[in-house]
Design a protein around this ligand. Structure first.
Ligand SMILES: [Zn+2]
Length: 56
C-alpha cells in the first residue's frame, strides 16, 4: 500500500493557460489572463470581501 499519488498534470488537458497575476500581491489568480478588469488572487479577493463587508 505504498503507491505514490501522481501529480494532477492532466487537468488542463495540455492547454497551457496563462493566469493573470493578482493586482495586489502579484500571486497567480484563478482567472485567465484574458479576464478584464482587476484580477485578485483568492486571498486578496477574500480580504476585499471582508473590507466591503466591514466598511464603515
Ligand atoms: Zn493577491
Amino acid at each position: 500500500m505504498s503507491r505514490t499519488y501522481p501529480g494532477r498534470m492532466d487537468e488542463t488537458n495540455g492547454a497551457a493557460t496563462a493566469w493573470a497575476d493578482c493586482v495586489h500581491c502579484g500571486e497567480p489568480t484563478e482567472y485567465p489572463e484574458t479576464t478584464r478588469g482587476a484580477t485578485l488572487c483568492p486571498v486578496c479577493e477574500w480580504q476585499e470581501g471582508q473590507r466591503l463587508a466591514c466598511s464603515g
